[in-house]
Structure formats: structure tokens, C-alpha cells
Ligand binder design. Structure first.
Ligand SMILES: *Cc1c(COP(=O)(O)O)cnc(C)c1O
Length: 224
């Protein structure tokens, strides 16, 4: 299957369900992204700032770029002028830095809080209590140049479908609670990003409305 075929198939699968498809193009060459673009794909996700910036410079400007990997505070300035969504906010310190650079660029940057749901110590993200503390903090309320659009989570890398399902269920339940408690008046709090190539069908069943697909679109990546 070509990238074009994959995009077409996944687009029809997801658009019927009102699920946003993010093409995760990390490690893939520009030509692959261009092919996906030519098939109509406009939303791309990358996990490294430098790679994202290089690709953004070379590709059409109507692409919406999502940062989906851990972001260091000293790199925010490189993506602040153009990034559409930072999906991986995992501290108030990072959010404050994003706010600062958004203000410099005269814009508001959309963000998701990354929530830790996996049973793996290597994954980043806020615990449920930490996310609540962040949203309650005086500092957060003072940030006028960031907008929290929703939550993102990565399930455990496992064949145990029951476990994956439970992790996504927990995140959806938490999302609904956060919406009720903090964003009940804000229609912009609408994004629950969960699901990758191996588990996106389970994620959609559990209420995801944004899936981040890499290998299903572009083929497997070389291990780095
Ligand atoms: C790499 C990556 C993906 C896509 O992974 P695939 O298994 O190739 O679909 C999704 N989300 C995040 C955060 C990633 O780093």
C-alpha cells in the first residue's frame, strides 16, 4: 500500500467518526510528507523540534504542525511563530515559557496537557493530580497567550488489549471531568488525542477524537 492509499483509507475511516487524523512523519523524508500532502493530508505531527522546523521550512505553508514529543523550554522559541498545537505540555514551567514566546509572536498557542496513563516509567506526562494542580494554579490563570484545547495520552506498549482499553477509558473519564470542572463554559476545550497505529481503533471506541498515526501511513520506522 502506498502512502496515498493509506491516507485515503484512514481518512475515510476517521472522518466518518469525526476523528482528526494526524500524520506522524518523524524520521520520514520530505518526499513522503509531500506525497501525504498531495493526497490531501494537512495535519502533521513531529516529535523533535529541529526536524519539525526543517520540514516546516521546506513544505507548503498551509500545513498544520503538531509537536507530539517532549519539549525542552529552551526550544520553544523555534516553533512559537508557527506551531498549530503543542500536544505534549507536561509542566507549568513549560506552559509559562510557551506563553512568553506566544506573546512575543503576538499569538495564542493551542496546547494539550499530556497525561501519564501508561504503566511505563519512560513515558512523559502529568499525573491526574498534577494536571488538576496546574489548572488550579494562579500562574496558569495568568497565562493569556496559551489555550488548553484538551488532553493527550499514550497507552502502554503492550498486546494486552484490555489494559489499553482501560487506560484510554480512564483518560476519557478524566477528560470529561476536567471539562466539567474547569472548561464547562469554553467550547474550545474539545480535543482528546489518544491512539497510535497499534491502538487507534481501541482509542476511538473509547472516545478519542484525534489519532496520531505514523507507521500505518508511512510504513515502519528504522529504530534509532
Ligand atoms: C511516534 C509517535 C506516534 C505514532 O506512532 P506509530 O506507532 O508509528 O503510529 C504517535 N504519538 C506519539 C507521541 C509518537 O511519538
Amino acid at each position: 500500500m502506498s502512502i496515498t492509499d493509506n491516507i485515503k483509507r484512514l481518512k475515510s475511516e476517521t472522518s466518518l467518526l469525526d476523528v482528526n487524523l494526524i500524520a506522524v512523519s518523524k524520521t520520514k523524508p520530505i518526499e513522503d510528507l509531500q506525497e501525504a500532502y498531495n493526497s490531501g493530508q494537512r495535519r502533521f505531527g513531529e516529535n523533535m523540534v529541529q526536524e519539525l522546523v526543517e520540514k516546516q521550512e521546506k513544505l507548503p505553508k498551509d500545513i498544520e504542525w503538531h509537536l507530539i514529543g517532549h519539549l525542552q523550554t529552551n526550544k520553544v522559541k523555534y516553533i512559537a511563530p508557527f506551531i498549530s498545537l503543542i500536544e505534549s505540555v507536561d509542566s507549568i514551567k513549560l506552559l509559562a515559557e510557551i506563553n512568553k514566546h506566544a506573546e512575543k509572536n503576538n499569538r495564542v498557542i493551542d496546547c494539550l496537557l499530556q497525561i501519564y496513563i501508561a504503566d511505563e516509567e519512560t513515558k512523559y506526562g502529568l499525573g491526574f493530580d498534577e494536571a488538576i494542580d496546574l489548572l488550579r494554579s494562579k500562574e496558569f490563570i495568568s497565562l493569556k497567550h496559551v489555550r488548553i484545547r484538551g488532553l493527550m495520552g499514550i497507552a502502554t506498549h503492550t498486546d494486552n488489549e484490555k489494559q489499553i482499553k482501560e487506560e484510554f477509558y480512564e483518560l476519557k473519564t478524566f477528560f470529561d471531568g476536567i471539562k466539567q470542572s474547569f472548561f464547562w463554559k469554553e467550547s474550545f476545550f474539545d480535543t482528546l488525542s489518544m491512539g497510535m497505529s497499534s491502538d487507534y481503533k481501541i482509542a476511538i471506541e473509547q472516545g478519542s477524537n484525534m489519532v496520531r498515526l505514523g507507521s500505518t501511513i508511512f510504513g515502519t520506522r528504522a529504530k534509532i
